[in-house]
Design a protein. Sequence first.
Length: 437
Amino acid sequence: MLKNYQIYSRKYEYAVFNNFFKKLETKDFVASELFESIKLLMGNACANKVKKSGLENLHNFIPCEYLPFLVKILQKRIDKFFLHFSVLFAKKKLGLRKNFFVDQSIIYRIHYPFEIGKKSNLKKANYLKLNLDHYKSAKQQIKNSLKNKNLHQIEKRFKEAIKYQRNLPTAVWCHGPHKDTWFGHSYNGINIWYAVAGVTKKNGVILYPSISAKNLKHLRSPNYIAPGQLLPKPIIPAVNNGSLLIFNSETLHATRINTGNTTRIVITTRINPFKPTFYDGTTEAEYPSWFSAQDIEKNIFESPISFPRKENLKLKKKTKKTPIKSERVFVINKQLPQKEPVYICKSQKIKNNEKILLKFQNRQIILFKSESKFHALSASCPHVGINLIDGFHDKKSIFCPGHGLRFDVKSGFSECKSLRIKIFRIKNISKKLYLIN
Ligand code: FES
Ligand SMILES: [Fe+2]
């Protein structure tokens, strides 16, 4: 049985368990707790409408502004259930026998379709000022918070995250590619990602197992992957609702921008077969509180065990790992003019399938050749501005290395109506390439 654990947790692998939850009727339990939580927050009529329509249509009934309150109510109702569940799963499916640890922090992720959620006025800064325990005054609190101009006193790391997310509402926030250890979670952790409702390939988690063992560099606050590292095609595992995905906390992963028309509801927990140890290169949040599996089984929740980061750092051996490939950059020391062709280079300088980043003073453009055809497109993703140069491409599409949005390289359209990139013309005259704006 230990073999399972080794496969899933040590080799940056992932696995989907389709039937485990079904047997325990977890899906029904979570759904009924969600309906109860909606009832408390929004009233009977709203809960009945959601029940009739399905949890995946939550966005049609509950404005984004109320989601932080809903999550808080739900969390209080089912946190303990999920702690028990994590123990049961780790024993039955991962073969963990000895005592192991379960992270106290269980995360409830309700993610609205991008085109709907982006319209909300409640941004992260407002959300941080709400008293979520007082859900009865939710309406008034939201109103006051939207009027509150004094929102600047928030922690630096939140300010940086808000900047990264371009101040979009939290209901559509997406994590860029990261390892959880960069965000303060423990090494050797096994992430349990439970799909409650509305999960599709258009809003799932993106995994990059094939490069997770490489020497990846990350930014600071938020600690997402640093630019200049070419990503492979994003993998979005097919996880049916009611099923469960597990992956190692060192596997590079990101949130897929929700381009579908369903609300994605996911609950995540983390287990660790060892004493948790942490990465010293981060200033992100700490996750020191854990329960032992034995305590959970005995319903002892009063005194979680504390593993503060400072006292439990993992000392890494310095090994020489090869960095991952980056694409070539051509710096063009002038502004990109309107309509006038600009000479770029001789056509044979561009290899098939390679992307080049053209850095003009006023704009960045990606040039690539596929099956003898040249393509040029705007490098900045219109979602939150990540440079597309590090994204996987083929002759039809380019995938954003931020949150996996796919663009058509001929039209510039993406799967999101409001997100489109500009396409430029390339002229090949006597084996010389010219770009036309
Ligand atoms: S999909 Fe988010 S920045 Fe491109
Ligand atoms: Fe993560």
